[in-house]
Structure formats: C-alpha cells, structure tokens
Design a protein around this ligand. Structure first.
Ligand code: ATP
Ligand code: MG
Length: 600
C-alpha cells in the first residue's frame, strides 16, 4: 500500500532533485567541459597507439619518434588539469546541494507541529540531516561527475573502436550489453538492502539518543544489561543488512570482469586472425584493444555508479518524505490582527484528539476574561497540559474553536499569536548557551537590567551571581549541577522577561520547596496582574487565590468556581483537596499526593 502511494511521487521527486542540481549549472558546465577534455584525451591515447606502433616500431619513422612523445606529454598535461577541474567542480556542486538540503530539512523540521516530533524519534530525524544527505551528496558528486564523465569517455572510446575496425566493434558491442546486465540486477538489490540498512541505522541512532539522554533512569533501574542486549540486537540488524549490501556490491565486479574477459578472448581470436591474414596492421589491432581495455574502467565505474544512484534515490525519498510533510498547524490564508491586550480567551465546544482513538478533551467550554487568573486542577492525565497546549497552537483543536477577543486563533499569524504568550512548561527546558541567553531566549535585544530584574523576580539572580562566570556561565558548563528548582526558576525568569499579555504556567513551581515557592509565587502574582493567566498546579495551595478554578477530569471540565464554592460541592475538587490535606500537612504547606504522582 505504501509503495503504491509512493510511485506517482517518485518521478516528481527526481525532477525536483534535478532542479537542485540545475541551480548550479555554471560550475556544472565547467565540470562538463573538463569531462569532455578528459574523455577526448583518453580516447586520443588509444587512437595514438596505431601511429606509435605502425610508424615508430614497424616503419621506424624518426620524425614520428620526435613528435609522438611530445604529443603524449601534452595530452597527459591537459588530462591532468581537466581531471582536477572535473573533481573539484563536481564535489563543489555536491556540497552546495547538500548544504541546501540540510538547511531546508532543518527549517522544515523546526516548523512542523509538535505532533510530528511525537511521531518521529529524534535520532531518526537527526540521521536524515546527517546521514541521508551525505548519501545524496555521494550520488550527485559521484554519479553526475563520474557518470557523465564516463559517458563521454565511453563515447570517445567507442568512436575509436569503430574507426579502427567496425566489424570487430560490432562483436564487441554485442558482448558489452551482456556485461551490463549485472549492473542492473545488482543495483536493484543494493538499493533494497541499503534502504533497510539506513532505516536500521536511524533506529540505532534513535536508540542511542534515548538511552544516553535517559541514562540516569537506565542506571536507576539496573537496565544496563538489558539495554546492551537491545543495542546488540539493533546493531546486529544493521550488520546483517550491510553484509547483504556488500554481497550484492562485491558480486557485481567479478561477474562483470568474467563477462568482459570472455569478450576480450573473443576479440583476440577474431582480431588476431585478421592480422595474421594481413587484413589489418598490428597497430590497428592494438589501438583497438587499448580502446577496449580503457573502456573497461569507465564501464566498471558505471556499475558502481548505479549502486550509488540506487542508494542515493532511496535517501532522496526519505528526505523528500520530510520536506513534503504538510504541517497540520497552518498559517491562516487571510490573517487577522489581534486587538491590543488584555485578552479574553474563549474555548467553544473544544474537542481534541492526539490520534483517532480517544478524545483527550471533550466539549470544553470556557471563557477567561481579560486579566483573569484561571487555576486548572485535576487528576494526572486529565488533559490540563493538552488544554493549554492548544492556546499557542502547539496543536490545533480537532473540533470547536478557541478565540482571542472573538478572533479564532487559527486566523491569527502563528508568530503574532505566540508573541502574546509566555509559557513555563512542565519540564524545564534550557539550551546549551549562557544563562543570560537562556533567560533572554527569543528576546535577544533585552538589556542587562531587564534580564537581571527578571532573574531577581524569579529568585534566581543571587544563585547566578555566585557562579564564577555569573550570567555568562553556559548550561553545558554546569552539567547536571542545576537543581530542578533552579532550572524551573530560570524558565520562570525567561517567561517574566517575555512580558506578554497571556501567561501559561504548567506546574511552574512544582520543583520548588515551600519557601522558595512562596517567594516565586509572589513574583508570579505580581506578574499575573492584568494578564490573562492559566495556572496549572497539583499543589492546590499555589492556586488558592486564583480568580476562578476549573477541575479537569477525563478531558471534561467537571467543576468550576472559586475555592470555597468548589469545596462546598464536596465533589472532585473536595477529594483532591482532602487528599493533600490528609497527607499530614495543612493546606498551606501541602507537599501533595498530586505532585508525588507527577514526579513519577
Ligand atoms: N503527545 C501525545 N500523544 C498522545 N497522547 C498524549 C500525548 N500527550 C498526552 N497524551 C495523553 O493525553 C491525556 C492527557 O494528557 P495531559 O498531558 O494533558 O494530562 P495532564 O492533565 O497535563 O496530566 P499531568 O497532571 O500528569 O501533567 C493523557 O491520557 C495522555 O496519555
Ligand atoms: Mg501536564
């Protein structure tokens, strides 16, 4: 089914690839010219065998003895220059094409919606940008360079062959295609196995990424041996496909050589008898033989070239699979402008599915007034994160709509929408850059003062100042030295600095102790003034003072109101509250069952 779907695309993709090549037509033209020179000089070498043999060795012509070596020298100098030009310009084009592919892949992948990242493993995506593009480069440089050059050379040599003895040439021409058959057959196999080998290599990459990244858990659960076994199995798979590829590749040459050898034997028998009969000169025969021998090289290279093309085309397919992926979060056709803040956010009958199986959100109706602080609570997996992820359009709603001041967010340019939203995600995400740049992420023109105040408000400034390099320390230098709470406060500082009318805090204070939480809480309270805020928390103490609370359970809003009202309902909220209360703390300092659940 998949193959059928791909057949119509293939041609189109190859045409697109030719487009990439054609953009570089100037260096290509230079390279092609060099190829013609290489082909001409190679053929001339074979051509000259006749005068050398007949005039110098048979007729002992002294004038020719002076002329020929000089001519040969000139030919070889020309050939050397042309070979350099051919190699240089073809690889130059190859590298340029590959750079473009890498840029486009990265741009495309980073634009695709979050669901794409969930469908594809990070390691696989990485191997598209690093591995596959190299295979394509190989194809472009070697196939176009090698291929075109060899075609010219082959044509030149065939001319020499026919010119020297057309009858003998016809015999050779019948043998030659037989030698070409293995090229086709083995190429097909190589393509098949190399696709599988690349796929398993990508899987191996993904596995490495996962287990290195999650090494702490691997160790904590004593899974080293089991992960080793899994790695061995995956490595074995790569090995098996590689060996199959090698087998197909390795068989191609000997089979061709064997067939070629039969051809040469035939030619010696037929041509030799013509010389013995006196129908041809020895020079004629040897010139012919030289051309046939010289033909062998380029023809053999062409056989490898087919393998390279087959591998390359498979990689082209994988790359275009990504380049042609349509993002499911699209820019609006007729963009609308957002009104000035503060914003009213309305969910109308929102339904949301990650995949077709089960709704994660069902029939959510919610209106958050400008500047309102909405607290979202509920059981783990109830859909809280999913709900807020819809606001910056990390995903689009499956049914219903979300509006900001009456404008559907799908009608607002994505950049304009996200500019209005600051978010602190459930897992703190920092990049390997300086602390300053992490806090000023997306805000590079922010001055030091603004960065420091944001860090102060998030109660992380003091800690940063204690570091030897202060704000210029990179996250990588710190290694794992940052605690969960420190990371979280940096993320809060980053959101504070962005200073937007809409705020989303997904468990933003879950990794803080009660004391620093109190402090950060105050900072957040200040921050939320006048901003439409969505605050998710397991620890109910952190959102007691929200303007309104909603309780999400099984993807539905089951209760709604302020703290006292919800308690009086004696329903879901009451149970959540009760559970935290019973855990041995009073409501003020609840280190809760909820956050325990969350940290698992
Ligand atoms: N990327 C995803 N693909 C498929 N299903 C997902 C994805 N992310 C979450 N889910 C599912 O959606 C449901 C709601 O998840 P969500 O993360 O919104 O819950 P939550 O209320 O934020 O939970 P928690 O309090 O544990 O953070 C869960 O059943 C979860 O398994
Ligand atoms: Mg969540």
């Amino acid at each position: 089914m998949v193959i059928k779907k791909h057949i119509p695309d293939l041609k189109e993709r190859h045409i697109r690839l030719i487009g990439y090549v054609w953009e570089n037509w100037v260096p290509l033209a230079v390279a092609a010219f060099c190829m013609v020179v290489v082909a001409a000089t190679t053929s001339a070498t074979a051509f000259l065998v006749k005068p050398v043999l007949d005039e110098i060795f048979m007729a002992k012509n002294e004038q020719m003895l002076m002329l020929m070596p000089i001519l040969v020298l000139v030919l070889y100098v020309l050939r050397a220059l042309a070979m350099y030009g051919e190699q240089y310009f073809m690889h130059y084009v190859g590298e340029r094409i590959i750079r473009k592919f890498r840029d486009q892949l990265y741009a495309k992948i980073s634009e695709l919606s979050l669901s794409f990242y969930f469908r594809h493993k990070t390691g696989v995506l990485m191997s598209r940008i690093t591995n596959d593009v190299n295979i394509i480069k190989n194809m472009v440089s070697k196939a176009v360079a090698g291929g075109l050059g060899d075609v010219f050379t082959i044509l030149g040599l065939i001319f020499v062959i026919f010119y020297r003895d057309w009858k003998l040439a016809i015999i050779a021409m019948i043998v030659l295609p037989v030698a070409f058959y293995p090229i086709y057959e083995f190429g097909r196999r190589v393509r098949r196995f190399s696709t599988k080998s690349q796929e398993s290599m990508a899987e191996l990459n993904a596995f490495l990424h996962e287990t290195f990244w999650g090494n702490k858990i691997v160790k904590a659960f004593g899974m080293e041996d089991s992960e080793k076994e899994r790695f061995y199995a995956k490595n074995e798979k790569v090995f098996r496909f590689e060996v199959k590829t090698i087998k197909a590749k390795a068989l191609a040459s000997p089979v061709m050589e064997l067939l070629g050898g039969i051809g040469v034997a035939l030619i010696i028998w037929y041509g030799g008898s013509a010389v013995i009969r006196g129908d041809a000169t020895p020079g004629n025969f040897f010139s012919f033989m030289t051309a046939v021998m010289l033909l062998y090289g380029p023809v053999k290279k062409m056989s490898k070239l087919n393998n390279i093309i087959q591998q390359g085309l498979a990689a082209v397919d994988r790359v275009f699979d990504i380049l042609e992926t349509e993002t499911d979060v699209r820019e609006p056709a007729n963009p609308a402008a957002l009104s000035p803040p503060p914003h009213r956010i309305t969910f109308k009958n929102v339904t949301f599915f990650y995949d077709a199986t089960e709704p994660v959100l069902e029939c959510v109706n919610l209106e958050v007034s400008p500047g309102e602080r909405l607290g979202i609570v509920g059981t783990s997996g109830g859909g809280k994160t999913s709900l807020v992820n819809l606001i910056p359009r990390f995903y689009d709603v499956t049914g219903g709509s979300i509006c900001i001041d009456g404008i559907d967010i799908r009608d607002v340019p994505i950049k304009a929408l996200r500019e209005r939203i600051a978010i602190v995600t459930q897992e703190p995400i920092l990049f390997n850059d300086t602390i300053r740049n992490n806090i000023a992420y997306g805000n590079p023109e922010a001055d030091d003062h603004a960065v420091f105040s944001a860090a102060e408000a998030a109660y992380i400034h003091e800690f940063i100042c204690q570091l030897p390099k202060g704000y210029h320390t990179t996250i990588g230098e710190l290694g794992n030295r940052l605690s969960g709470g420190q990371k979280q406060r940096m993320c809060i500082a980053r959101a504070l600095l962005k200073n937007t009318p809409i705020l989303i805090l997904d468990e933003a204070t879950s990794a803080l102790d009660t004391e620093s939480e109190d402090l950060v809480q105050k900072a957040l309270l200040n921050l939320m003034q006048g901003r439409t805020s969505f605050v998710i928390a397991h620890r109910l103490t952190t959102i007691l003072d929200a303007d309104r609370l909603i309780v999400l359970s099984g993807g539905r809003i089951v209760e709604e109101g302020d703290h006292d009202f919800l308690l009086s309902l004696k329903g879901e909220y009451y149970r959540l509250y009760q559970r935290q209360f019973e855990n041995g703390h009073d409501a003020e300092g609840a280190g809760s069952a909820g956050s325990m659940e969350n940290s698992q």
